[in-house]
Design a protein around this ligand. Structure first.
Ligand SMILES: *Cc1c(COP(=O)(O)O)cnc(C)c1O
Length: 369
């Protein structure tokens, strides 16, 4: 029996369609009341004082860095196992990204290696909550305090994830969430910044709207990074579903992890202490010494069986554009080794028991062939 298990399937229904329809027919479609409401509800969900909506997550990172005055001559510490815009947003403000190693089990920034990379130019750290597993925020915040650095959480993949019983998005000076269709909830494109700092929230609003404090009065060089009312209407409905989506994913992960841990040569996602994962990604690791097939052969075999597994992510520092900038293989041995041996299984919230069994039996068959 062959099944199709697609990589991403957003949970969008009639409620979302109706909400967007109403906005479209209301006569007001650019940023307005719905966006304000989405921001308020999102801030309340995370537990932050302020939330600022943006057109996508990437520009959210750009805005945070701008609002904190990060720029030319500054260094910002980032992981390489992430989506590229964690790193390019640092370059968009003219600062230099400095790669640090990850913990090979949690795939999140390794606090000791962060400290090792600090220079007198370092201004900030961007921990990524990889796949919905929170980064190790307590030691990261201690380092930040010791060296007077800003911490910007890349929480693009981690809406609702918890660390020490608190939702991510309130640990750093500011945090960014993304709503692209592969994330746990989506607005097509969309982003949100959370912060507890009123001045910063004001600055972010200024930069996202052409630097104007009131219409046609520009006090800064800004951008147009506003959200639309359609995105916000979609987002409000999606946010109501988030806890249910996370609960279902946790249940599915429990099942899948129990099965996968019994397959020789595979490891399920590792759970860090004191953390609650949201499984935007379900990333497994391969122990190459125990398996005849390579990671890419396994990936190919899964695809042949209709399972849209994927590599999240090839390391940023080995992308052609970064090689041109002088990055090379061997620079981050731990990250490079992890990136060679991981693969993410489809894990959207509509997967049922049949899909899960199909993935488990497929993996068993592929590995024993
Ligand atoms: C999705 C993602 C982004 C970018 O968000 P967009 O909304 O697509 O711009 C940034 N960082 C990480 C870790 C992501 O997964």
């Amino acid at each position: 029996m062959r099944m199709k298990v697609s990589l991403a399937e957003p949970d969008i229904g009639e409620e979302e369609a109706q909400a967007v329809y109403e906005v479209v027919r209301s006569g007001w479609i650019n940023e307005g009341k719905k966006v304000r409401e989405f921001e308020e509800v999102f801030a309340a969900y995370i537990g932050s004082k302020y939330a600022i909506a943006t057109f996508n997550g990437t520009v959210g990172l750009h805005l945070m860095l701008l609002a904190y005055g990060i720029g030319s001559g500054d260094e910002v510490i980032v992981p390489s196992l992430t989506f590229i815009s964690t790193v390019t947003s640092v370059m968009h403000v003219g600062a230099k990204p400095v790669f640090a190693e990850i913990n090979p089990l949690t795939f999140n920034l390794d606090p000791d290696d962060i400290e090792y990379r600090i220079t007198n130019r370092t201004k900030a750290i961007i921990p990524v909550h990889y796949g919905g597993q929170p980064a190790d925020m307590i030691p990261i915040l201690e380092i930040a305090e010791k060296y007077q650095l800003h911490v910007f959480e890349d929480a693009a993949e981690a809406h609702g994830a918890e660390y020490a019983s608190k939702k991510v998005g309130i640990f750093g000076h500011a945090a960014m969430f993304s709503f692209t269709p592969t994330k746990n909830i989506t607005t097509g494109e969309g982003g949100m910044i959370t912060t507890n700092d009123l001045e910063i929230a004001k600055n972010i609003r200024l930069f996202k709207n052409h630097g104007q404090d009131f219409q046609y009065h520009h006090v800064a060089i800004g951008y147009n990074y506003r959200m639309t009312e359609m995105q916000a209407a979609l987002g409000l409905k999606q946010l109501q579903k988030l806890d249910r989506i996370i609960a279902k994913k946790r249940k599915n992960a429990k099942f899948l992890s129990t099965e996968i841990s019994q397959i020789n040569g595979l490891s399920p996602p590792f759970m860090g202490k004191n953390r609650k994962h949201t499984y935007m990604l379900y990333t497994i690791s391969i122990e190459p010494e125990q398996i005849k097939l390579s990671r890419d052969e396994i990936l190919h075999a899964l695809k042949t069986r209709g399972i849209e597994a994927k590599i999240y992510f090839p390391p940023v520092h080995l992308q052609p554009v970064f090689r041109k900038l002088g990055c090379q293989e061997g620079m981050l041995p731990i990250t490079e080794k992890v990136c060679k041996n991981i693969l993410s299984l489809p894990f959207h919230s509509k997967l049922n028991q049949e899909h899960l069994w199909y993935m488990v039996t497929s993996l068993r068959e592929i590995l024993s062939s």
